[in-house]
Ligand binder design. Structure first.
Ligand code: C2E
Ligand code: MG
Ligand code: MG
Ligand code: MG
Length: 290
C-alpha cells in the first residue's frame, strides 16, 4: 500500500544519509591518522605564459599519501578535514608550509618573478583573523608578497558580503594578489566581477574541455570572458588544457597563461626545479643552488 511504500522510501533515505555520514567520518579518521603519520605533501603545477611558454607561476596542490585515502582528492578531503576539525585550519598550514619552503629556497624565488599560487577556502572570508595571521607569516618567513597569489573559487563568492570584501581588500593590501578560481562554475554575472578586489581570473576546465570541437557556444563564451577580463585589466589563466588545439585557440584568443596536463601535471619540487633550470638555459635569470 502507499503508506508502506512511503515508509520504505523513508527507510532507504535514512540508510543513505547514515552511509554518507559514516563515510565522511571514516575519511576524517583516515585524515587524522595520515596527518599524524606525516603523509601529506605538496605537488607543484607549473603555469605557463602563453606567448613563450615561460613558467611564471606555480600552483601548490595538497597531496595525501595514505593508502586509506586513495582516490580521494583534496577537493573532497579538505572540507571533511575542516568540518571534523581533524586538522586545524589547513589553509594556514598549507600557507605556512609553502612560505617556509620559499624561505628555504630563497635563491629560486628571490631571483625570479615566479608567483606561487595557493588555494584557500571560502571560510577564510568569514575569518577576521585570517589577514593578520597571513601578515604574521609574511613577516616571519620574509616573503616578498609580490611572489604570492591566493586563489578563491568563484562558487564560494556567491555568499560574499561586505565583510568578505573587507578581508579580500586586507589580503591585497599586504601586496599579495588574488585570483578567482574555477571561474564559470559559479553564477557571477560578468558585470559583477568588478565588485571583487581581484587580479586574476582562472577559467574553469569545463570551458576548455570541448573548446577545440565545433562548439561555437563555448568559444564565444571564452572569448567574452577574456574580453571582459582584459577590460578590467585582469590577468587570465585557462585551466585544464590537455590538447594542443585548445592551447592554440586560447593563445589566439589572447589568454595570458595556461595550465594543464598538456604542458605539465602536478609534479614534485625536485622535478619542478629542473624545469626552472631548463628555462634558465633559454636566457632567463634564474640561478638555482642545490
Ligand atoms: P583547483 O584549484 O582548480 O586546482 C586545479 C585542479 O585541476 C587540480 O586538481 C589539478 O591537478 C587539476 N588539473 C589541472 N589541469 C588539469 C588537466 O589538464 N586535466 C585534468 N584532468 N585535471 C587538471 P587537484 O590537485 O585534485 O585539486 C582539486 C581542488 O582541490 C583544487 O582545484 C582546489 O580547489 C582544491 N585544493 C587543492 N589543494 C588545496 C589546498 O592546499 N587548499 C585548499 N583550500 N584547496 C586545495
Ligand atoms: Mg586553484
Ligand atoms: Mg581551478
Ligand atoms: Mg577546482
Amino acid at each position: 500500500c502507499a503508506k508502506q511504500d512511503g515508509k520504505n522510501r523513508y527507510r532507504l533515505f535514512d540508510e543513505h544519509v547514515r552511509d554518507v555520514i559514516y563515510r565522511r567520518k571514516q575519511i576524517a579518521e583516515n585524515i587524522r591518522v595520515a596527518s599524524e603519520n606525516g603523509q601529506f605533501s605538496m605537488a607543484y603545477m607549473p603555469i605557463f605564459r602563453s606567448s613563450d611558454l615561460y613558467i611564471h607561476k606555480v600552483e601548490v596542490l595538497l597531496r595525501c599519501h595514505s593508502a586509506a585515502l586513495e582516490g580521494i582528492g583534496p577537493d573532497e578531503f579538505i572540507p571533511i578535514a575542516e568540518e571534523f576539525g581533524v586538522i586545524q585550519n589547513i589553509d594556514l598550514l598549507v600557507i605556512e608550509t609553502t612560505f617556509r619552503h620559499m624561505y628555504r629556497h630563497q635563491k629560486v624565488f628571490n631571483k625570479s618573478d615566479l608567483v606561487v599560487c595557493i588555494n584557500i577556502s571560502a571560510k577564510e572570508l568569514n575569518n577576521v583573523k585570517f589577514a593578520s595571521a597571513l601578515k604574521g607569516l609574511i613577516k616571519d618567513y620574509r616573503i616578498n608578497p609580490q611572489n604570492v597569489q591566493l586563489e578563491i573559487t568563484e562558487t564560494s563568492l556567491v555568499e560574499i558580503d561586505e565583510q568578505s570584501i573587507t578581508i579580500l581588500n586586507e589580503i591585497r593590501e599586504t601586496g599579495i594578489s588574488l585570483a578567482l578560481d574555477d571561474f564559470g562554475t559559479g553564477y557571477t554575472a560578468f558585470s559583477q566581477i568588478i565588485k571583487y578586489p581581484i587580479d586574476c581570473l582562472k577559467i574553469d576546465k569545463s570551458f576548455i574541455d570541448d573548446l577545440h570541437s565545433e562548439n561555437e557556444v563555448k568559444k564565444t563564451l571564452v572569448k567574452s570572458i577574456l574580453a571582459i577580463a582584459k577590460s578590467y585589466k585582469l590577468q587570465t589563466v585557462a585551466e585544464g588544457i590537455e590538447k594542443d588545439e585548445q592551447f592554440k585557440l586560447l593563445k589566439e584568443m589572447g589568454c595570458d597563461s595556461i595550465q594543464g596536463y598538456l604542458l605539465s601535471k602536478p609534479i614534485s619540487w625536485e622535478h619542478f626545479k629542473t624545469l626552472l633550470q631548463d628555462q634558465d638555459g633559454q636566457g632567463n635569470v634564474i640561478k638555482i643552488a642545490n
